[in-house]
Write a protein that binds this ligand. Structure first.
Ligand code: ADP
Length: 603
């Protein structure tokens, strides 16, 4: 807009003139000195006041006429528009106190009453200045005229291409797309959504173009389909580069819309899901997710959405390889919220297959757990062995001290015969206890080291029981021992069976009062024989009963009642196992216990 020093037009007068839709200019000294907004918009100020409109106003001489008349002047003047000259009513008024300055006003010429030729020539003039290629096709698809850029296609001046068939410029693979777009445009007046087609330029190069059509067949002066073409080659190259980049990524890229529907899936998704990428389009993202992972997946998506643009969430979840296959792949999913990025408008989810890593991790975890359990077991065993050794040395020392003490007494001589014989009995009992313990220790270490082999042969239960009683000897002296074994025969290892029976007998004696009865009996049950050792002793608490066969276990009352190492029954149970039998206990605290060994019958 022209700005001049015009003290006669106060800022408020100028603002008032700017608010008018009527164009107003001040002419002085044969030139436009100032123009209001409407005049500037109509083109008065183009080219620094030498615009065609400004010149037409000045050249009309209406300003001088008003000065000569010393007041107002009004007449029709031909003013230029884009296309032609139109006659417009113009008023000129000399400004008060400034007889050399004239305010010239007029209603800017509009296209309202244009002739079709004017429309067309103005359209052509306009098209000359657009950057894209604009061409008008007739109803047969022939180029009626183009803007100057049309020459890019034809190699001629744009308007010289008239009559060429548009289809000749279109890539054979895109002719269907173009024909459909043209058919749509023909059947519907007004603008149509753009399509992307390849077009050959005059230099022989194919260009990716976005083509939009506008049916102006009924518009006088045009009577054609206006096609505007924009070169999108660069964008397409970038897109192709990007999609080949995405296709070659080992990571899978999936884009979801606000409803979590898949709007894009990269080719590489087939490495996770046995289906082409496009079969996922429009599907709900949750379709393939493992039921147990649905909640965390939904939570992560919701979190990314509510945290807004650019927010990132990461989760691990399982995807089904094929619907219904029940084969799952572990993936790490990174979600980036680009919903508000106009170029993406989605949640971009990058998926990385971590199945192998997860499995390796799981295997490692299992191996680690096993090692840890082993280490714990070994540490526990170590502790138990220490306890065991401490117990054994303690428990051996007591009978040994008794033996040494009694022998010393006997050696002094002069003891009454019954006292001497009692001392000798005690020496024998302590010795027998020591032997049981030492045998237990030896058997225990052999069994622990898996060094025990059994030789299974038919053995008479009665004979084995008699042997055990005689070798237990002194430890049973204070009890009544009753045997009720018929001629049952078992298949067993001789040493093992002897050990088991001896152990049960010494326990029965250890954990019951002197004078009570210990019964040992056998009975045949079809293919098996049971051997029961029954005592009337302190019994075992029901909660302890399953534990008595564990190594080193000693029930509380027993530790007060009798010496022991806690390995006797565990050895017995290992022997019974090796011989293919079973051992169990029934007991009533305060009433007594029944230990039952069942072995295969022999003979
Ligand atoms: P110990 O050397 O302590 O006798 P065992 O392995 O032979 O070791 O027995 C384990 C524990 O079982 C004993 O400490 C005792 O508490 C309990 N027990 C074994 N036999 C009997 C029994 N006949 N009566 C009561 N308790 C018994």
């Amino acid at each position: 807009m022209l700005e001049i020093d015009l003290p006669l037009l106060s800022p408020s007068a100028r603002a008032a003139l700017d608010a008018l839709s009527t164009a107003a200019v001040v002419i002085r000294d044969g030139a436009v000195q100032w123009a209001n907004l409407a005049a500037a918009n109509a083109g008065v100020t183009e080219d620094l006041g030498t615009s065609r409109l400004a010149r037409a106003l000045v050249d009309s001489g209406i300003a001088e006429e008003a000065v000569t008349a010393g007041g107002r002047r009004r007449r029709r003047i031909g003013l230029p528009t884009d296309a032609a000259f139109l006659d417009v009513d113009v008023t000129a008024a000399v400004i008060l106190d400034r007889p050399d300055s004239v305010l010239v006003s007029f209603v800017p010429p509009t296209t309202g009453e244009d002739t079709t030729d004017e429309v067309r020539s103005r359209l052509e003039a306009m098209l000359e200045h657009t950057t894209g290629i604009i061409t008008v096709l007739d109803h047969e698809g022939r180029i009626k005229f183009s803007n100057g850029n049309g020459g890019l296609l034809t190699g001629m001046r744009g308007t010289d291409a008239n009559g060429a068939l548009a289809v000749d410029f279109i890539h054979p693979d895109d002719i269907d797309t173009a024909a459909n777009a043209l058919a749509a445009a023909m059947s519907d007046s007004g603008p149509q959504p753009p399509v992307e087609i390849r077009i050959r330029f005059a230099d022989g190069q194919w260009h990716d173009m976005s083509a939009s059509t506008n049916n102006l067949l009924d518009t006088p002066g045009i009577e054609g389909i206006v096609v505007s073409l924009h070169d999108i080659t660069e964008r397409k190259i970038a897109e192709r580069r990007l999609s080949s980049l995405i296709a070659n990524l080992s990571d899978v890229i999936v884009v979801l819309d606000r409803e979590y529907q898949v709007t894009f899936a990269s080719e590489s998704i087939s490495s996770i899901i046995d289906a082409p990428a496009d079969t996922n389009l429009g599907m709900n993202a949750f379709n393939d997710i493992h039921p147990e992972d649905l909640e965390s997946a939904a939570a992560a998506l919701d979190a990314a959405v509510s945290a807004g643009m650019g927010a990132t969430e990461r989760i691990e979840l399982r995807l089904e390889q094929r619907p219904g296959s029940d084969r799952w792949r572990w993936v790490e999913a990174t979600i980036v919220n680009l919903l508000d990025d106009p170029a993406v408008e989605g949640l971009v989810v990058t998926l990385r297959d971590i199945t192998d890593a997860r499995h390796a991790g799981d295997r490692l975890r299992v191996a680690y757990e096993r090692e840890r359990a082993n280490a714990e077991r070994l540490a526990e065993l170590d502790r138990l062995k220490d306890d065991f050794l401490a117990t054994v040395s303690h428990e051996l020392r007591t009978p040994l001290a008794a033996i040494i003490g009694f022998v010393e007494l006997l050696r002094t001589g002069g003891l009454p015969p019954d006292v001497a014989s009692d001392l000798l009995d005690r020496v024998a009992k302590s010795g027998s206890e020591m032997r049981t313990m030492i045998e237990n220790v030896l058997d225990f270490s052999a069994i622990e080291a898996h060094r025990v082999a059994v030789r299974l042969i038919p053995i008479s239960v009665a004979e084995s029981v008699a042997g055990a009683i005689s070798s237990t000897g002194a430890q049973l002296d204070r009890h009544v021992v009753v045997t009720e074994c018929d001629d049952d025969v078992v298949i067993a290892d001789r040493h093992g069976l002897g050990h088991v029976i001896r152990n049960l007998l010494t326990n029965a004696a250890k954990y019951s009062e002197a004078g009570t009865t210990i019964t040992i009996r056998s009975r045949r049950h079809g293919p098996a024989v049971s051997i029961e050792v029954v005592d009337e002793g302190i019994g075992i608490d029901p909660s302890d009963q399953p534990l008595v066969f564990e190594r080193f276990f000693r029930a509380q009352p027993a530790t007060f009642t009798a010496r022991g190492t806690g390995v006797g029954l565990s050895i017995a149970s290992r022997y019974v196992d090796l011989m293919g039998g079973t051992i169990d206990v029934r007991s009533v605290p305060g009433r007594g216990s029944v230990f039952t060994v069942t072995l295969p019958a022999g003979g």
